[in-house]
Design a protein around this ligand. Structure first.
Ligand code: IMP
Ligand code: MG
Length: 175
């Protein structure tokens, strides 16, 4: 991490506690239902693992990968899909698991794509939301942490140029 100054925002204990709380609520609401947990790669890979492990349900696991194009500070509505879901979603309950919702462009685009597969329901879970950044009405059913302003966060799956995903905590990059 040379030359990059960071400070911890959510430590390992805070994250694990919050993940367990969300998992408990999801376990209650989806008891007896056919659930497909869809992880948004790559950023959600750690949150996804911890969350599905803590849910006491029979779950079909699948993944999706999409990224919004262009520079972060420029408006962009183009979302590129690089990995699609394999499981048949028809009549199943989808839990879509995101790492972070910033402007909401990625999540909105993925949602409309998944709705076309006719699942019985779609529930969205994001570990982090940046409400001040949100450009559109975004359906977020469960949010781990809301953070104000526009800090750039790394760790626990979140990257800066593919680095830092392995950190067990979430930190902000100080500019
Ligand atoms: P949105 O379409 O603007 O909501 O962008 C969401 C995507 O941007 C996330 O899934 C992340 O991949 C990326 N992103 C947004 N904010 C951050 C951040 O603070 N750290 C790392 N990635 C971020
Ligand atoms: Mg992402």
């Amino acid at each position: 991490m040379e030359n990059i100054k960071t400070s911890i925002v959510y430590d390992q204990d805070q994250i694990q506690k919050r993940v367990k709380e969300i998992a408990q609520v999801l376990t209650q609401s989806f008891k007896g239902k056919r659930v497909v947990a869809i992880g948004m790669l790559k950023g959600s890979f750690r949150f996804y693992c911890d969350l599905v492990s803590a849910m006491d349900l029979d779950i079909l696991c699948d993944f999706y990968s999409a990224s919004s194009y262009g520079l972060r500070n420029k408006p962009s509505t183009e979302v590129r899909l690089s990995l699609d879901v394999q499981v048949d979603l028809q009549d199943k309950h989808v839990i879509l698991i995101e790492d972070i919702v910033d402007r909401g462009i990625t999540l909105n685009s993925v949602l409309s794509h998944l709705k076309a597969r006719k699942p019985q329901s779609i529930t969205t879970v994001t570990l982090i939301a940046k409400p001040d950044q949100m450009q559109k009405n975004v359906k977020m059913d469960y949010v781990g942490f809301e953070i104000s302003g526009d800090p750039f966060l790394i760790g626990y799956g979140l990257d800066y140029r593919e680095e830092f995903r392995n950190l067990p905590y979430i930190a902000r990059i100080e500019t």
